[in-house]
Design a protein around this ligand. Structure first.
Ligand code: GDG
Length: 463
């Protein structure tokens, strides 16, 4: 049987003392079975980027990681990946900066990854590359003579040609990505935007299935929405709901309703606007004062970048302002945690929350929305308020869908959710549960790997 080789920027090695919070690791936890190899950055910085990976095997999975040199880290990770590509793919043109040396560093790290990975590959391996940090990795592997099947999955949205062509190296990057056999996206919208870019920027018109020939090789473009392991998240929420952390939280609420938001502390997640929405809710509907507690858990992320530090300050100010204006001696509207919280604890909190508020400005998918649904008690479920610009909205149309830029609209949806009759909550929840079961983490992996498995093996002379 072919071995699966996953490549991602960060590798979540079990036992890592400083794991990165994030959806990619959660999404791939199911794909990675014993016998697989996971390759990428260790998360550590050194004077120079390592040429040979450190290899560890845990529970039958081999983890091969490289430390990044300081300069490469700055140019590749903080620079081109997170200050150019990420804001661009999240539609935040105003935050995009482009520095040529960052692009050169980005390409160099992709080359270094390819050079360190190639000697580890076996002839029948299936290689699955993840996310915007590694757009040109497929090309770099092909340049070293790698002929194995290569797939690429993008965890962020993809943008239309008017935006993508803003990138000074747009054509070069698209070309490089086309060295992969299968390219996958969360939604039909992103797939269509990518195909439009291929047409507008490379002059190639994909067929109706999203396939096209590039340098005589077939490239397939597919939709594979990422999901969660619903059964295990429900079980863990059910268990955690009676555990110490959730019981302590519930007791401290004194019978008030709970609303919960959980995000990486990222400007795409729409955090300050959500806090403004709570302001609208409490001022327009004073009946909710002292009756609702809003728990915002925002795990720190990419703190070394200025925009992220600025966001943290903005959020602290907004929370402080609302708590100052509305708090009573025995009630504080917002509890604001900026530390990571254990996944099982989060599951228990979700289960006890009458409202799950997920309002990113943009999000490739957003797994928190699916986790909130999975955690609910079907007999008395809470209500999900969800941004129309999260990929998850394509599947979770039974949530209360809002425009995340409109704080008043979010407030109206929160109000409606807090008052929603049981029957309507049950019906909406049942429909959403069916959808997240149909697009589980397993299904995501199966769908992507089936497409890759069926991909014709490239011949060395045309690759
Ligand atoms: C990217 C895309 C796409 C959050 N805080 C804590 C914590 N989390 C967990 C959540 C969830 C995951 O992290 C976040 O996943 P999301 O999907 O919501 O968001 P991103 O990290 O931005 O993920 C996204 C995803 O990739 C997969 O393709 O859906 O659109 O941006 O599982 O529960 N986990 C723990 N402590 C926390 O404090 N343990």
């Amino acid at each position: 049987m072919a071995r699966l080789v996953i490549v991602s920027n960060r590798v979540p090695v079990p036992g890592d003392r400083n794991p990165a919070a994030g959806g990619l690791a959660v999404a791939l936890a199911d794909a990675i079975t014993p016998g697989s190899l996971w390759f990428g950055w260790s998360g550590a910085r050194a004077t120079a980027t390592a040429t040979r990976p450190e290899i560890r095997t845990v529970a039958g999975i081999t983890f091969a990681t490289l430390d990044l040199g300081e300069t490469d880290y700055r140019r590749y990770y903080s620079g081109f990946a997170n200050s150019t590509l990420y804001p661009l793919l999240l539609f935040r043109l105003g935050l995009v900066s482009f520095r040529k040396e960052d692009y050169v560093g980005y390409r160099a790290v992709n080359r270094a990854f390819a050079a360190a990975l190639a000697p580890l590959l076996l002839p029948d391996d299936i290689i699955w590359i993840h996310d915007y940090h590694l757009l040109p990795l497929g090309l770099e592997l092909r340049a070293l003579g790698v002929t194995q099947r290569i797939g690429f999955f993008l965890h962020t949205p993809f943008v239309p040609p008017a935006l993508f062509s803003v990138l000074p190296r747009a054509a070069e990057l698209l070309e490089a990505l086309c060295a992969c056999d299968v390219i996958g996206f969360h939604t039909e919208d992103y797939r269509a935007a990518f195909c439009d870019c291929v047409t507008a920027i490379l002059g190639i018109r994909p067929n109706a299935d999203g396939g096209f020939l590039h340098r005589k090789r077939l490239v397939q473009v597919i939709v594979a929405p990422v999901g969660i392991d619903v059964g295990s998240f429900t079980a863990s929420a059910t268990r955690a709901a009676t555990g110490a952390a959730t019981t302590g939280l519930v007791q401290s609420l004194g019978g008030r309703q709970l609303a919960v938001s959980v995000d990486r502390l990222d400007y795409a997640k729409g955090l300050p606007n959500r806090i403004h929405a709570l302001d609208h809710l409490l001022s327009r509907y004073p009946t909710h004062r002292k009756r609702i507690t809003f728990l915002q858990i925002a795990a720190p992320s990419r703190e070394e970048l200025g925009h992220y530090r600025g966001l943290r300050r903005e959020l602290d100010r907004a929370v402080g302002d609302i708590n100052g204006r509305y708090s009573e001696p025995d009630w504080t509207p917002i509890r604001h945690i900026t530390r990571p919280v254990r996944r099982t604890t989060l599951a228990g909190f979700h289960r006890r929350a009458s409202l799950g508020v997920v309002t990113p400005f943009r999000d490739g998918m957003n797994l928190v929305a699916k986790e909130y649904v999975a955690a609910q008690n079907p007999a008395d479920p809470g209500v999900l308020v969800l941004s129309r610009f999260a990929g998850a909205a394509e599947e979770l149309g039974d949530a209360l869908i809002v425009n995340p830029y409109d704080a008043e609209e979010i407030a109206e949806a929160m109000h409606r959710g807090l008052l929603m009759p049981l029957e309507e909550r049950q019906a909406r929840h049942a429909a959403m549960l069916a959808r997240i079961r149909a697009s589980s983490a397993n299904r995501f992996c199966e769908r992507f790997l089936a497409a890759l498995d069926g991909a014709p093996e490239p011949t060395p002379e045309v690759s």
